[in-house]
Design a protein around this ligand. Structure first.
Ligand code: SF4
Length: 415
């Protein structure tokens, strides 16, 4: 009988992309996918270790699913698997395998092994390989893995390793294949896409974007994530002139105080960040700039926090992901005294969120009366170039329409 697998993803878009690859490899080897973990023979949790909250949620979910489906085999993949390795097999007796993010391409073998009753630890690093898949309208394409930056609060460089980039020929082949099967938008993924360097031809990120934009039938290119210290002027120029590149940049600022930025090892100042944002806004007036902010970093005083609020008001972000700081073992920030109380973190979190909401609503309202190119990833629901959600009654999945924005409701543009 065909064996069924279930995958649940925690964490970032890189994990979403990794789950997609694992699912596709298992389907190709004859396994069947189920959306119900209680009917699965193999349950895979693709985990995230970046924040403590995500890790706690993962462990409680894992324990509950093990109780509900005691006969299934369980695989813990992703960053948490990499972080704790064998220790997890001791902690969860029902767990059969730990599979780090560098070994996802081994998933078929790992699934076969656990079905035979073996215990598996796979936390090495295998070469990235292009996996053909059934294309959706918008597809994630991983251009590189790992990070060299060592921000003081972040576990990614320890768990996903140092930066490694795929050759442009491989990336272009993957995107061409996707476009032939119906993809209209790609989201290039990497921990730090701006430092892309083609290992074969030496192309930089802007040159890669330029090459990708020549693919016929591809309508839009997005990318995630950009580090503010690595944004070249060339990127602003390219985004301005190349119609296929979405008018949106996600540029995590993390904090608005130079003292905190230094302790975070971010390698830019608030002044530099504001200068970059202003450059984008003056060259590409309708660009959307989104960001990540951490509140309650150790030693963050009220004054430091005001500087973050002030920066948010100055840049007028179109969207902000706000996180409460939580120390992660092994990082240099975890050695600092976590001086900000939980209540204070909560208060700062809410203040930034409220401010962010007010600004992002005003930004969206400024689009009323304007015309936008909207790509519909689902019937009636799409995104414009700025990545704002757009609703249009009757619009068909896959259509790319020029639409006038008539109203805004709950952060959604109505066309
Ligand atoms: S740039 Fe900093 S925050 Fe982003 S993955 Fe690298 S170390 Fe982590």
């Amino acid at each position: 009988m065909t064996k069924k697998f279930y995958i649940k993803t925690f964490g970032c878009q890189m994990n979403v992309a990794d789950s997609r690859v694992m699912g596709e490899l298992l389907l190709k080897s004859g396994f069947e996918k189920t959306e119900d973990p209680s009917t699965a023979d193999v349950v895979i949790f693709n985990s995230c270790s970046v924040r403590k909250h995500a890790e706690d949620r993962l462990f409680s979910n894992l324990g509950l699913t093990m109780k509900k489906n005691p006969s299934a085999r369980f695989i813990l993949a992703g960053c948490t698997a990499q972080r704790f390795g064998e220790k997890l097999l001791k902690r969860f007796k029902k767990l059969s395998a730990v599979l780090g993010p560098g070994e996802i391409f081994k998933i078929e073998k790992v699934v076969r092994d656990v079905l035979e009753g073996k215990k598996v630890i796979a936390t090495g690093r295998t070469e990235y390989r292009f996996v053909e898949r059934r294309a959706d309208i918008s597809e994630n394409v991983v251009i590189g893995r790992g990070c060299n930056n060592f921000c003081s609060y972040c576990v990614v460089p320890f768990l996903r390793g140092r930066e490694e980039y795929r050759p442009s020929s491989d990336i272009l082949k993957e995107i061409s294949c996707l476009v032939e099967s119906g993809t209209k938008e790609v989201i290039l993924l990497g921990q730090n896409v701006n430092s892309y360097r083609d290992p074969e031809k030496g192309l930089n990120f802007c040159e890669l974007l330029d090459e990708i934009s020549k693919i016929k039938g591809l309508l839009r290119i997005r990318f995630l994530t950009s580090h503010p210290k690595d944004v070249p002027d060339e990127l602003v120029v390219l985004m301005k002139k190349n119609e296929k590149i979405a008018k949106h940049i996600h540029l995590p600022v993390q904090a608005g105080s130079n003292k905190i930025l230094k302790q975070m090892n971010r390698k830019y100042t608030r002044e530099k960040y504001i200068e970059i944002a202003q450059k984008f806004r003056s060259e590409i007036p309708d660009i959307a700039i989104t960001t990540d902010i951490i509140v309650g970093f150790p030693t963050e005083t009220e004054e430091d926090f005001f500087k973050t609020e002030d920066l948010v008001k100055k840049v007028k972000f179109d969207g902000i992901y706000v996180f409460k700081y939580s120390p992660r073992d092994g990082t240099s920030a975890s050695k600092l005294k976590d001086a900000v109380s939980e209540e204070e973190k909560q208060r700062r979190h809410k203040r930034i969120l409220d401010l962010a909401r007010k600004i992002s609503l005003a930004r969206r309202a400024s689009f009323v009366g304007k015309t936008c190119d909207v790509l519909f990833e689902k019937n009636e629901i799409g995104h414009n170039s700025q990545n704002f959600l757009v609703f249009k009654k009757g619009a068909k999945k896959g259509s790319f329409l020029k639409l006038e924005i008539k109203d805004v409701k709950n952060e959604m543009l109505l066309a």
